[in-house]
Ligand binder design. Structure first.
Ligand code: GDP
Ligand code: MG
Length: 182
């Protein structure tokens, strides 16, 4: 494929974690193909995709390759392994704004991710399904407060409308670049 031979300057491993059915796979698919996949399958195993973005690093334009891993259903069996986290620089930790349980589990996911990811990793907490306005049970301020207290980035997004999907990955990548650069 064209992707396979594309040149890049830096490679960042990203992982997407969080409870089952919060929308992790939809977020990834939207980011990779710009569309919403309502029948996302819960296959067991790890899937990943890649995307190239342009950034400025050390005052020079660079091509960044994001290699993004999705648990592809493993999270349901508590079988997300160390190797999944290993080497990750960008951790996208997703909860569903219509599920209090998924928000309450963010702390556990974060603890695990901090343990196994790289020291200089950036953690982005994401409240997904912001389009489900009438079903919302987690307010944006609650998510933002948790993120601030735990030194994480924060955004709300919708894999259905596509709102903020690009920004989730861009902001995380730029935060890593900023650390690498300074
Ligand atoms: P995963 O288990 O975290 O990978 O979750 P999926 O990506 O498989 O999504 C679980 C369900 O939530 C599916 O039925 C999706 O159609 C739905 N879903 C995912 N993201 C959104 C969103 O932003 N808005 C709405 N309304 N539904 C979503
Ligand atoms: Mg999935």
């Amino acid at each position: 494929t064209a992707d396979a031979i594309q040149q890049f300057d830096l490679l960042f491993k990203f992982i997407i974690i969080g409870d089952t059915s919060v929308g992790k796979s939809c977020i990834l698919h939207h980011y990779l193909r710009h569309k919403f996949n309502s029948n996302s399958r819960h296959t067991v195993g790890v899937e990943f995709g890649q995307r190239f973005i342009q950034v400025v690093c050390g005052g020079l334009p660079k091509t960044l390759k994001l290699q993004i891993w999705d648990t592809a259903g493993q999270e349901r069996y508590r079988s997300v392994t160390r190797s999944y986290f290993r080497g990750s620089l960008g951790v996208i930790l997703v909860y569903d704004v219509t599920s209090l349980d998924s928000f309450n589990h963010v702390q556990q996911w974060l603890t695990e991710a901090r343990q196994f990811s790289r020291q200089e990793a950036t953690f982005m907490i994401v409240g997904n399904k912001k389009d489900l306005v009438s079903q919302r049970v987690v307010e944006m301020t609650e998510g933002a407060k948790f993120a601030l207290e735990n030194e994480c980035l924060f955004m709300e997004c919708s894999a259905l409308s596509g709102e903020n999907i690009e920004e989730v990955f861009n902001k995380t990548a730029h935060s890593i670049i900023y650390k690498v650069d300074s």
